[in-house]
Write a protein that binds this ligand. Sequence first.
Ligand SMILES: *Cc1c(COP(=O)(O)O)cnc(C)c1O
Length: 394
Amino acid sequence: MSNNQQINFADWQDETLAIRYGYHPTQEGEHGEAMILTSSFVYDSAAQAAARFSGAEPGNIYSRFTNPTVGAFERRLAALEGAEMAVATSSGMAAILTACMGLLNAGDHVICSRSVFGATQILFANHLSRFGIQTTFVDLTDHQAWQDAIQATTRLFFLETPSNPLMEVGDIGGLCAIAHAVDALVMVDNCLMTPILQKPLALGADIVIHSATKFIDGQGRALGGAVLGSKALMSAVYGFLRTTGATMSAFNAWIFLKGLETLALRMKAQSEQALAVAQWLEAHERVEAVFYPGLASHPQAELIAKQQSAGGAVLSFRVTGGRAEAWKVIDAVQIFSRSANLGDVKSIITHPATTTHGRVAEADRLAAGITENLIRLSIGLESLTDLKADLARG
Ligand SMILES: *Cc1c(COP(=O)(O)O)cnc(C)c1O
């Protein structure tokens, strides 16, 4: 522990931060991020208990809102995103809900990209609306539409970039300029890129959302999420979380700490594989279109080069035909997992129209481009040769 005092973490690259930041090796073991599985903590005296509860003395109280393992994960992810503070949550959706409940009030208006994760769309359209928070959905790339949707009560812009599953890229800096001109906050779901490939806060965003369930874990073991940003904003988010309890478990935080250690390596390797699959699909005669933010043919290649350091592991494509043809490909694979997950070292194949976006109203789904012949892939670390042969089967 004593050594850390002399280290200037600002000099460290992401690969080192992800493995060593806040690392306190103990004599018990090289892997000092102990998994502290306890609901509550004890105090030396009544006075200490009072000091902990009043906040006069920092320290642990109760794992709904303070746990050392969860804290270690929060600090390491914050270091990677360049955030002052992170708040870990029980899932990615809990991160979005907790952030919105902590930062918005009844009467506030939200502008949200139309092509966000299915559950995110439903959260804004069907649930936050019941508490007096109204949302207007706009096209991610149509800046005039964001501008025109602004109302006197607009408090938040919400976007995901690249969008899932169509891999459209939102100009984070450009949308921040529009939002900040009217004092609205910008919240970016950075799940598909992770801080290894994209840092929204450095591009001007106020809040970053993560589903740790995806790439941060990387091996499909646990659900978790995080909200990141300035101390002032995160204090409000944390205030809501500590009362309402959509908390990350210590066990899951320990898994995510292990996931962070290999995140940089996985993101780079999976991006390389995904690019190769995308190029191969693009040349395939039974493929109508390929959506991958790493292809030279992507309409926003210039913006992508500025904003992302690689294309990531997720891509989608349209087969010639409709649902029957798409399902035929999905049912023919022997290696790809038929799952709605993404971000795993195991490659995954998904039919968005009937799974992740199945509960979205058909008109909204089609407006977002989620057609019946669309297939989403999350590329893992299996052999590229085997993955191509597996897709070719369908
Ligand atoms: C999966 C996902 C979420 C939700 O995360 P959970 O951990 O499943 O709650 C949010 N945003 C994106 C982009 C996702 O892929």
